[in-house]
Write a new protein. Structure first.
Length: 122
């Protein structure tokens, strides 16, 4: 058996020759300040848009509250109108009946001649 010299000079195979590689182009270094400034601009823009959306939502909420308040007021006024119309109708009906009775020659009975009947409860 022959001894193998692992760390000695290699006589059997010539060393492969290196091919000269094309010089690598280095990327242009980007200043960290410019990159940081870009992020700050984007974050500021996003924050401004978000603040605008929140302000818009608050304005819409206030408008809805005002509309609800006006709706309640409208319903209350319609109820009052209905009550007043009923009173006017009732008052005008008795006046109309009295005027029609006077045209026919009828007169109201004196209060002393008025009597009430008690029919009792069934």
């Amino acid at each position: 058996m022959a001894a193998v010299d692992w760390f000695g000079a290699a006589e059997s195979a010539p060393a492969p020759q290196r091919v000269a590689a094309a010089p690598r182009r280095r990327a242009k270094p980007v200043a960290h300040g410019r990159r940081l400034t870009g992020w700050i601009v984007w974050i500021s823009l996003f924050a401004a848009i978000l603040a605008g959306v929140v302000a818009l939502n608050v304005a819409v909420l206030r408008a809805n509250v005002a509309v609800n308040r006006l709706d309640r007021k409208e319903a209350q006024l319609q109820e009052q109108n209905a009550a007043l119309a009923s009173q006017v109708s009732a008052a005008s009906a008795s006046l109309r009946i009295e005027a029609a009775a006077r045209r026919l020659g009828l007169v109201p009975a004196p209060a002393a001649d008025t009597a009430y009947l008690d029919l009792g409860r069934p």
